[in-house]
Design a protein around this ligand. Sequence first.
Ligand SMILES: [Zn+2]
Length: 134
Amino acid sequence: MRCTKCGFPVNINWKYCPNCGKKIFRSDFLSEFDRMCQEVLEEIQGSQLMNSKIKKIKEPKSSIIINGFDTIYEFYLPNINQDKINIRKVGESLELRAVKNDTLFFKIVKAPSNAYISEKEYNNGVFRVIVKGK
Ligand SMILES: [Zn+2]
């Protein structure tokens, strides 16, 4: 890991960068995905709905196909209850959440900012979402 200010190699357990003195925050070294996972976990743990059931987060495999003005996203979610799949448009991203037993499948993919979700379906372990617009 490197200091986010000067790039000097640092250890996550250090309090300050020995080169430039910047305070080291654990969260500085999380990837954007990890950071979002953590936020989602906290949100879930704070909600009554799925409280205490979720023990782990996994990132499902996915693929993106661009077809004219449509973008087709496929998320691989085998043997999941369709009612437990949730997808929403957040800014320039699509946010997928799906729950199976104690696992949350969570993924963020880029989507055009003014596009909208026009179709979604779940078939044979694949959750397909069609987004229209650019
Ligand atoms: Zn530094």
